[in-house]
Ligand binder design. Sequence first.
Ligand SMILES: Cc1cc2nc3c(=O)[nH]c(=O)nc-3n(C[C@H](O)[C@H](O)[C@H](O)COP(=O)(O)OP(=O)(O)OC[C@H]3O[C@@H](n4cnc5c(N)ncnc54)[C@H](O)[C@@H]3O)c2cc1C
Length: 458
Amino acid sequence: MTVIAVVGGGITGLTLAYRLRSRGKDAVVLEADTRLGGNIQTRQRDGFLTEAGPNSFLDKEPTTRELAASVGVEARIRAADPAAKARYLYTRGRLRAVPASPPAFLKSDILPLGARLRVVGELFTGRVASGVDESLGAFGRRHLGETATEVLLDAVQTGIYAGNLEALSVGATFPQLTKLEREHRSLILGAIRTQGAARRKALPAGEAAPEKLRGALCTFEGGLGTLVEGLARALGPAAHAGAKVEGLTPMQGGWRVSVREHGRQAELLASHVVLATPAYVTAGLLRPLDEKLAELVEGIAYAPIAVVNLGYAPGSTPPPDGFGFLVPSMEKRRLLGAIHASTVFPFRAEGGRVLYTCMVGGARRADLVGLDEEALVTLAREELRELAGVTASPSFTEVIRWPRGIPQYNVGHTGRISAIDAALARLPRLHLAGNAYRGVGINDCIRNAVALGDALSG
Ligand SMILES: Cc1cc2nc3c(=O)[nH]c(=O)nc-3n(C[C@H](O)[C@H](O)[C@H](O)COP(=O)(O)OP(=O)(O)OC[C@H]3O[C@@H](n4cnc5c(N)ncnc54)[C@H](O)[C@@H]3O)c2cc1C
């Protein structure tokens, strides 16, 4: 019994199984759906390349590059178009450009003058008592003041978590911020010192710099599905789509895994099992083994989200400038934001077509995700008209609902993860992976999957 069963064929499970196999281990992926990729779903229709889930990743994680290279798709990485550089926020009645530097921030109208001056007052912020798991909202108000928190910080979290400022844990969602506070007290001071230190470390003149990742926003030619296809090709028959895991039974030296594969019941004997499934599925599989552990995992909340892709015929609406816009919760609008998908990645819309990817719902308006498709399209069109002045009728619409879309690292998350780790120690050769625990971005999922693969094959 040497096979490692990886349950769940999203980016986490695929990366993990690929890493294990590259290191000489026998690993298989068991994916319930008939297609691999989980949240990553690229579609091609009517001259548009649409994404049902994630749209891009930041090219700052060496592990993601290395993975793309080793499955033969690195040459297909595509950076965002320079026209997508500007980012917008909808605040105080209109879209406003997000300033790109501190001097530009001070001169901009993104916040009223008093709120901008309050941000400068950040220099005098004290440290929170150690061990306090603070909400993002409380942390933001201490450092940046009420308005900057409700406008800027809320927009930033919305773009990643679609969450609730008062519920999310700052330490679990933005650990870089709590690190800056711990080490430098003030975020502004910390940022200045860290940049200064980075400059001092610059290489002497004439010395060749090592290849450095630029942190550009990227996808692949063919969309994010290209990476999934690369992994699927590399895994070959080791990736089983249409294989739903229904139960786990401990046995000497490993686990008996009950699988329903294409309607047929089967059993797999595995030396290790990794559950790379969403937390609510993982909890169901854990319940017969350890009720307490199942409860801990089930307590990880998810924000629902609906993605509404609106495509426009060439010439029917002007191509929008910039990456897109976000709408802070205090504006009480029905849209979380929109990505100007055809500006960011022009190859995703053929022949001058325009593609908007609108996001609706999130923790703040979970009720909207239950609307039917037609109502969601109408809502997105009305909001695009009122917020961004888009009056044309789309020639193409697509709605994807994610009833449990993005895991929420709420206050208590870090303690919950420690408790999960402690409980897992009682179930040898069973491991949890995926976006519910230590990072929701594609880069986080890949980095954590590779690290687990190395630990299991070390
Ligand atoms: C709308 C949306 C937009 C996003 N945008 C971005 C973005 O732009 N950039 C970014 O970096 N991240 C983004 N994310 C986050 C990112 O997409 C996810 O965190 C990541 O793809 C999760 O991968 P995963 O493999 O951990 O989980 P999943 O993709 O959820 O994979 C889990 C898999 O387990 C399978 N499964 C479930 N039950 C069983 C079972 N019983 N047996 C076998 N298999 C089972 C599921 O079918 C699924 O394929 C976005 C997410 C969403 C929803």
